[in-house]
Each structure stands twice: as C-alpha cells, then as structure tokens.
Design a protein around this ligand. Structure first.
Ligand SMILES: N[C@@H](CCC(=O)N[C@@H](CS)C(=O)NCC(=O)O)C(=O)O
Length: 214
C-alpha cells in the first residue's frame, strides 16, 4: 500500500478534492500543513523543494511529488478502481467536466471566495465580475443536475468530487446559500455528503486557519 503525504491548507478546496478521494478509497495520508497565508508557496525555496508551479496541493506518493488535482484524481481512480469511468464514453464525459471545473467552476469559485472572505478589502468591481461569471457557471451546473443525479450519470465519480469541493464550504464563506438559490446543486451536495465515509474539508484538513474578514 503506498504512503501518502498531502501538502495542504484547510481552506484549500483543491486539497480537499484529494483528501476526500483518498479517504473514500480507504487510504490514509500524512497531513502537511502549509503556511499559504504567510506566503510560503511564493518563496523560491518552497517552489524548488516542493512545487515549481507554486501551488497547493502537492501529493507525495511514496516520496514522488504529484501536482494538479485532475490528473491525480484520474490516477487514483485507476489505481483503486473507484469513482472512475467504466468505458470510453464515460472517460470523455469525466474529462469534459474535470476540464470545465478546473477552468470555470473551481477557477472562479476559489478566486471569488478567497477575495470575498479571506482578503481584507476586496475590490468590489472584481467581486462583482467574478460573481457574474460564477452565477452563469452555477446555472449551467444547476440545469445539468436537474437531469442527472451525479456529474456523468447515476453514480458518483471524481468529476463530482472536483466540482463539489469549493461548493460545500459554509455559505458565510462562499456567499451562496444553495438550498435557496440552486436546489439541484444543494440536493447533489447532499447526495455526496451521504456517501459512506464522506467528511467535510474542515474535518479532513486540520490546522491553523486563515483569518476571515466577513
Ligand atoms: N489546477 C490546480 C489549482 C491549484 C491551485 O490553484 N491552488 C491554490 C490553492 S487552493 C494555489 O496554490 N494558488 C496559488 C496561486 O494561484 O498563486 C490544481 O487542480 O491542483
């Protein structure tokens, strides 16, 4: 069984994607809390030693450092035979939603939440722009989940874990109360939270938290 070390910070939905997948596959990992708020990931030393891309998360598998959640999730799904695609058509759908999530949903939600909640005085024009884009992306997801129980069909996959990671944080952080604004997304989040062994980000990722300004 491989040994895992996850470099993370608790508010990182990207870290949560990997922590959740490992947990649901029955794998333990050593949590390596990283001082993202203190700016360590911007230092040349950290980039040289941990991740030249300057990003969290980093997953060490038997000492090999892996980055970028989408290919890591695909690798874990294949390795453990869980939450992946069962044929070529499903694989295409999985990649389609993973790419969309990285570019649109996670990309904008992570930025919006960070600016809104964890920075001292966010620029209202920037927040407004991000929120408008997000409203559109969330409506795309809402329409899709009105027709489909999970991202690519009737069972949960890594595409769901990728897309739900930033949406499951408290409304006080995301600025969205999905139960009111997006009932299909809210019901889907509930279906994922009901999976055996599911835990929230703040249950899986311990340690010092970023200061919240809202
Ligand atoms: N596409 C990357 C995104 C990783 C990412 O953006 N991580 C954030 C923290 S959750 C980060 O390190 N951001 C630093 C920056 O954008 O400069 C992945 O899926 O791993």
């Amino acid at each position: 069984m491989p040994s895992y070390r996850l470099h993370y910070f608790p508010e990182s939905g990207n870290s949560y994607k990997l922590a959740l997948m490992l947990t649901l596959c029955g794998q333990n990992f050593e949590p390596v809390w990283t001082d993202f708020g203190g700016g360590i990931t911007r230092t040349a030393q950290w980039r040289q030693a941990v991740n030249p891309m300057g990003e969290i998360p980093v997953l060490e598998e038997d000492g090999v450092r892996l980055t970028q959640t989408a290919p890591i999730l695909l690798k874990l799904a294949e390795q453990y035979g869980r939450f992946g695609a069962s044929d070529k058509d499903e694989q295409f759908e999985l990649l389609r939603w993973l790419f969309w999530d990285n570019h649109k949903l996670t990309g904008f939600m992570a930025t919006y939440r960070f600016q809104r909640t964890f920075t001292r005085s966010p620029d209202p024009h920037v927040l407004n722009y991000l929120r408008k884009r997000l409203d559109d992306f969330l409506s795309v997801l809402e329409r899709h989940l009105e027709q489909s129980a999970f991202a690519i069909g009737a069972r949960p996959t890594i595409a769901d874990f990728s897309m739900m990671a930033y949406l499951h944080f408290p409304a006080s952080e995301t600025g969205y109360d999905f139960a009111t604004s997006h009932p299909a997304i809210s019901a889907w989040l509930g279906r994922i939270a009901a999976l055996p062994g599911w835990k929230s980000a703040y249950d899986l990722l311990p340690g010092q938290r970023l200061k919240q300004y809202v």
